[in-house]
Ligand binder design. Structure first.
Ligand code: PGA
Length: 250
């Protein structure tokens, strides 16, 4: 049985003080939650201070990005060891904003994934189609391509422990959610694709989140879908109250 996993993605929001205030509130609100894995992926500068608040709680931390080299002349980048040193267990790889705004391609993301596994970080690999691809019916081909390129050369044992996040670009920050049925349709397709690329056991083990305008009012029906194991939450993860309601989705 796959454990539900609700992760926040703060993007470029919150100073250190704001981040500490939010997780201080959140840890009280979710203190009793035992059956859901919870993580906040936050701006790198916030993580050290956040870790002081959430270490030894049920809230894990993640980075929003990292580079794939160990160290060296890569001005502005962060290594896996750096993000681990501030308490990160998770790292988002290939968020659509990284792909679209910063030009990250599947080859680069594949290198980042390999490095994350080598350094014992749990990557959350984001995949998903644009509006025009959805409208022309190309969304299945798009996620299939992203899976093949992103997971190229990665072992089943690693895939079992990673997280995939299906995030249609047209639903991110727009208030427009994929219907639970649309999300389930493509997420079950993603799981079948993992079974073809690896095997049934791997496909059954990998956790697949839905992301894109997940809110307290729609999380329950999204989480009721058999293949959806969690949510990657942007806007609604910025407030402790709304994020805690999503975590307690029942
Ligand atoms: P959103 O963002 O919940 O604000 O739509 C989701 C994401 O980009 O991960």
């Amino acid at each position: 049985m796959r454990r539900p996993f609700i992760a926040g993605n703060w993007k470029m929001n919150k100073t250190v003080d704001e981040a500490v205030e939010m997780v201080t509130e959140l840890k009280e609100l979710v203190a009793g939650v035992e059956d859901v894995d919870i993580a906040i992926c936050a701006p790198a500068v916030d993580l050290y201070a956040m870790n002081k608040v959430v270490a030894d709680t049920n809230i894990a931390l993640g980075a929003e990005n990292m580079y794939w080299k160990e160290s060296g002349a890569y001005t502005g980048e962060l290594s896996p060891a750096m993000i681990k040193s501030v308490g990160c267990e998770y790292v988002i790889i290939g968020h659509s904003e990284r792909r679209e705004i910063f030009g990250e391609d599947d080859q680069l993301l594949n290198l980042k994934l390999k490095t994350a596994f080598a350094e014992d970080l749990n990557p959350i690999l984001c995949i998903g189609e644009k509006l025009a691809e959805r409208e022309s019916g190309a969304h299945f081909d798009k996620v299939e391509f992203q899976l093949e390129a992103g997971l190229s050369g990665i072992e089943a044992a690693d895939v079992k422990n990673m997280v995939l996040a299906y995030e249609p670009l047209w639903a991110i920050g727009t208030g427009e959610t994929a219907t639970p049925e649309q999300a389930e349709e493509i997420i079950s397709f993603i799981r079948e694709k993992v079974a073809k690329m690896y095997d049934q056991k791997t496909a059954e083990a990998v956790r697949i989140q839905y992301g894109g305008s997940v809110k307290p009012h729609n999380v329950t029906e999204i989480m009721a879908q058999p293949n959806i194991d969690g949510a990657l939450v942007g806007g609604a993860s910025l407030e402790a109250e709304s994020f805690s309601q999503i975590v307690k989705f029942d």
